[in-house]
Design a protein around this ligand. Structure first.
Ligand code: HEC
Ligand code: HEC
Length: 478
């Protein structure tokens, strides 16, 4: 797609936004929300917001008013602080609240960069450490799917992660140097039987930005399937595929998570697996079966059922799906416009799909509440939400993590949506990118693209520095 037709798409989405507004008499919706100011572009139709402060990821969409806004605020608070007094947290857990890892609905700085030993010494990790048996591929009984490296008083954390960084130096063809860093891991201080390193698979993830969750939940599976069917660009070695997932008895195209391995927003899983809360969907404590659980009872920890209610979790779901998507900024800037052309020239758009649509009915929350307003929109997520083989060659490791999720293999990752990426520094105070946060800036993130991304990466690599810089400047406008 050329730049002109790209602009046309924005105009089209504006027209649709206006149309939707006129046949909808919701209180609180005024024209000013949909007037695209000079220098901006709509990213998510009527859910677009024009805030560009450190709260840009964490504000409600213009249509979220009245009783919805009340629930949004309750969800926001539960998300930041956990249920009242955090009773129910643990006994073992990864983070004390959703917001401890997803600061301002974005990405808290990964521990790999805040402490010399990963989560080992600084207390909170803000990462998820998936562990499984190398021999059987299964999770270890008594540990669960992630390492719970935090615990309440009187209980031992399951173990501590240690991260080693490896550095390699490279140069662009024009002589500009760059460096890539990757991590290897070790777990020590197991609460019980140590798992032998040779039987241990570890995959560490940094959180994702929540930008556009409601729109992602409203994607049209057949539109993604059509992309997977067409996205065969043999000349660039690109062929994305869908991850088919079965959750709650429903099988569909996975869209959430770094391996596209979730159909829903994982609110219940977050409370259970990451924080140790029981709920109707996950009635068992995550540490059920651990020898120390009776010890925790002695310490006065109350094991209760439904430590977080479905109503409260639905408010968290509502909060995340009603978040506004930041508008693009500086779209009239000539360097940004040059960078946008370079984005197409480097074929980034063949995976980071610029324009998708949402289904007319919008989205339904986990307890059945409907949010029709995310529906029927033209959106610009900069992702095809498909799995791509990203290779294992670069630095001898590539992006491979040896970890499977649904159909996704170790080398396959979901194209990360890039909307809002330019505000990450302001919102979260850092520019760590990729699934484990190894890239320290946008250039390093691009230079880690191997496998299906190799040809595109090389197109970027061989550009003159001014064009590479312009492309990065364009990413900062998203
Ligand atoms: C210990 C840190 C941690 C905590 C606590 C945590 N998360 Fe996450 N979250 C992550 C990481 C890391 C990922 C990426 C996971 C992956 O790649 O599989 C993630 C992914 C997600 C996603 C998928 C995002 C996407 O774009 O597809 C959602 C939604 C989410 N978390 C919601 C929550 C909610 C709700 C809570 C609280 C109930 C929560 N998280 C608590 C670290 C955390
Ligand atoms: C073959 C498909 C493909 C192509 C082509 C591609 N990407 Fe990606 N991109 C991905 C996938 C998959 C990821 C996630 C990798 C991971 O996290 O390990 C990603 C991640 C990224 C990230 C990190 C996002 C974040 O928030 O962590 C950036 C930035 C990015 N790509 C930019 C680009 C640019 C710029 C180009 C063109 C030069 C490009 N990509 C080409 C598939 C692709």
């Amino acid at each position: 797609m050329n730049v002109e037709s790209h602009c046309l798409t924005y105009l089209l989405s504006l027209a649709i936004a206006m149309g939707l507004m006129s046949c909808d008499d919701q209180e609180g919706m005024t024209d000013e929300y949909f007037e695209v100011k000079n220098g901006y572009a709509l990213s998510a139709g009527t859910s677009t917001i024009f805030n560009q402060s450190s709260h840009a990821y964490d504000l409600e969409a213009p249509w979220c008013t009245g009783s919805y806004l009340k629930r949004f605020n309750n969800g926001d608070q539960l998300y930041d602080d956990g249920p009242i007094n955090n009773e129910g947290l643990g006994p073992v857990y990864c983070g004390y609240s959703c917001g401890s890892c997803h600061n301002n609905a974005g990405r808290t700085t990964p521990a790999a960069w805040t402490s010399s030993e990963g989560s080992g010494s600084n207390g909170m990790s803000a990462q998820l450490v998936y562990i499984a048996s190398r021999n059987t591929g299964k999770f270890f009984q008594g540990y669960g799917r992630v390492l719970h490296d935090q615990s309440i008083y009187g209980v031992k954390a399951e173990g501590k992660l240690h991260t080693t960084k490896h550095y390699e130096n490279f140069t662009f063809p024009d002589g500009e140097p760059y460096q890539l860093v990757y991590f290897t891991y070790e777990i020590t201080e197991w609460y019980a039987d140590s798992i032998k390193p040779e039987d241990l698979k570890i995959s560490v993830r940094q959180p994702l930005r929540h930008v556009g969750q409601g729109q992602i939940m409203s994607l049209i599976p057949s539109e993604l399937e059509a992309l997977a069917a067409q996205s065969n660009y043999p000349e660039y070695g690109i062929s994305g595929r869908c991850n088919y997932i079965t959750e709650r008895g429903r099988t569909s195209v996975g869209v959430g998570g770094n391996k596209a391995n979730h159909l829903d927003l994982t609110v219940e899983l977050g409370f259970s697996s990451d924080m140790g809360y029981t709920s109707t969907r996950f009635p068992e404590e995550v540490c059920a079966g651990q020898t120390q659980i009776s010890q925790a009872a002695i310490m006065g920890y109350n094991y209760t059922k439904n430590e977080v209610s479905t109503a409260d979790m639905e408010d968290v779901d509502l909060y995340m799906q009603s978040l506004g998507v930041p508008a693009r900024r500086d779209v009239d800037n000539p360097t940004v416009q040059r960078g946008e052309q370079m984005f197409y020239k480097a074929k980034c758009h063949l995976c980071h799909t610029v324009t998708l649509h949402t289904k007319n009915e919008g989205t339904t929350l986990l307890n059945g509440t409907r949010l029709p307003w995310t529906g029927g929109q033209v959106i610009h997520p900069y992702s095809d939400f498909l799995l791509h083989d990203m290779g294992r060659e670069i630095c001898g490791v590539g992006l491979n993590d040896d970890f499977t999720a649904g159909l996704a293999t170790g080398v396959e990752w979901r194209t990360t949506p890039l909307w809002g990426i330019g505000l990450q520094k302001l919102v979260n105070g850092h520019t760590y990118f990729l699934h484990d946060g190894r890239a320290r800036n946008l250039v390093e993130a691009i230079m880690w693209h191997g496998g299906e991304g190799e040809a595109s990466k090389n197109l970027f690599k061989n550009m003159p520095k001014s064009d590479r810089d312009a492309l990065v400047r364009f990413l900062q406008s998203l």
